[in-house]
Write a protein of this length. Sequence first.
Length: 68
Amino acid sequence: MIAAVLQSVSEDACRHGMGSGCFHGFEFKAMRLGRRGRPGAMARVKIVVSQDGEVIESRLLDVLNDPL
């Protein structure tokens, strides 16, 4: 389930610039770094996981910019 939330917020970030979601008290926020790429290209996304306002982990991921 956590993987589904991570995938969802990262896809939202690719498409809209930002994405967020919650799961069992964890907050997931994602932000696309740079400009929106062409469909099928990789997009760099920063994902931050926090709980009770404290950042637990932050990572940079390359995510496929899939068309809708």
